[in-house]
Design a protein around this ligand. Structure first.
Ligand code: NAD
Length: 351
């Protein structure tokens, strides 16, 4: 049976001593979050890895419970555990509080967002053998949230790019490539227009690339890269992007392999990590037991790798592969009739 790829990540060295339960902050989140995170917890618990889940509220759930989208106890728990499994959080469009996802990533300095995106046996898509890793800078760019009104009818959003953050994410990408035996890193940019900001990002990527002569380094303008991704996605290996391009391009890439329901993600920093699916709260299917739990379950597998349980992570990925390959117990987004709970039970059974 084909195996899902195992992704090596920087170890946090926090494997618990004496087989004690590893504290992990659990943020079920909003919309479909509680359903898919519930599924991921059930699967992790079925591996018999001992986790001390520390349940916290954030986003709309945090506002409802504590009157704050980022309650103090949430940050306290994250600082203590250094690891979280997180569901999506609701952010209103054009109004309301600033994104708590962005806030958490910046607050904990989780500078590297990794989204492994590959084809799954049994999932019918336009392309076979897609195998991409998106490396997205997570702390700056237009997500710095610096916006102001210059005059009525005129607003400015400031794009912040620093050499320090650009070099740091480029180094993360090349180190990841080496550890995971990847062949090439493509820096995606718009430096033909944003000569200073994207120009600096590219300069930094180039200078880091010189230290990794074993990994091929290429560059492509983001619009042309999108066209190439939807026509010949297998011509890419790893993509290195600033924050905004990374956000957009990773959803595009999810569409190449079966949709947002199957792509996991992780946000890594020097001292911690938050694991979360690429998808959002999916309000159209929330509370209906229809959401695909795979993205959350594979994010939890990345968490198991991180906290020092690679064998259990592999068991989870193998079970996901088996269920997808058989095609019998899959959710509606993959053309099936199974509920979130049915699919989760099938994965646990396959383990
Ligand atoms: P979305 O990802 O929630 O949904 C887009 C489409 O994909 C919808 O049709 C949805 O039904 C489908 N989908 C998503 N996850 C699925 C799953 N697991 N199984 C089956 N189908 C799934 O994106 P959106 O509608 O643009 O955003 C909704 C909310 O989520 C917004 O408030 C947004 O800010 C938030 N959001 C949060 C995060 C996060 O917390 N990391 C990420 C993206 C969006």
């Amino acid at each position: 049976m084909p195996r899902l790829k195992k992704y090596k990540v920087p170890p946090d060295g926090s494997k618990p001593a004496n087989n004690a339960a590893r504290p992990v902050t659990l943020i079920p989140g909003d919309g479909v979050g509680p359903e898919v995170i519930g599924a991921a917890v059930a699967v992790v618990d079925a591996t018999a890895v001992k986790i001390d889940w520390q349940h916290q509220f954030a986003g709309a759930a945090g506002v409802k419970r504590y009157g704050s989208p980022a309650p103090d106890q949430l940050l306290e728990s994250l600082r203590k555990t250094g690891v979280a499994l997180k569901g999506p959080l609701e952010t209103q469009v054009g109004e309301g509080y600033r994104s708590i996802n962005v806030y958490l990533r910046r607050e904990l300095n989780l500078y590297a967002n990794i989204r492994p995106t590959h084809s799954f046996p049994g999932v019918t898509t336009r392309f076979k053998n897609v195998d991409l890793v998106i490396v997205r800078e997570n702390t700056e760019d237009l997500y710095s949230g610096i916006e102001h009104q210059v005059a009525p009818g005129v607003v400015e959003s400031i794009k912040v790019i620093t050499a320090r953050a650009s070099r740091r994410i480029a180094r993360f990408a090349f180190e990841y490539a080496r550890k995971n035996h990847r062949k090439s890193v493509a820096a995606i940019h718009k430096a033909n227009i944003m000569k200073l900001s994207d120009g600096l990002f590219l300069k930094c990527a180039r200078s880091v690339a010189r230290d990794y002569s074993d990994i091929e380094y290429t560059e492509q303008i983001v619009d042309a890269a999108c066209m190439r991704l939807v026509t010949e996605p297998t011509s890419f290996d790893m993509l290195l992007l600033e924050n905004l391009y990374g956000d957009i391009v990773s959803d595009l890439c999810a569409g190449l392999v079966g949709g947002l329901g199957v792509v996991p993600g992780a946000n890594y920093g020097e001292r911690g990590a938050i694991f979360e699916a690429v998808h959002g709260t999916a309000p159209d299917i929330a509370g209906k037991n229809l959401a695909n739990p795979i993205a959350a379950i594979l994010s939890a597998a990345m968490m198991l790798d991180y906290i020092g349980h690679p064998r259990e992570a592999e068991r989870v990925r193998d079970a996901v592969t088996a269920v997808l390959k058989s095609g019998k117990m899959v959710t509606a987004d993959l053309g099936g009739k199974a509920s979130t709970a049915d699919m989760t039970r099938a994965i646990i059974h396959a383990m």
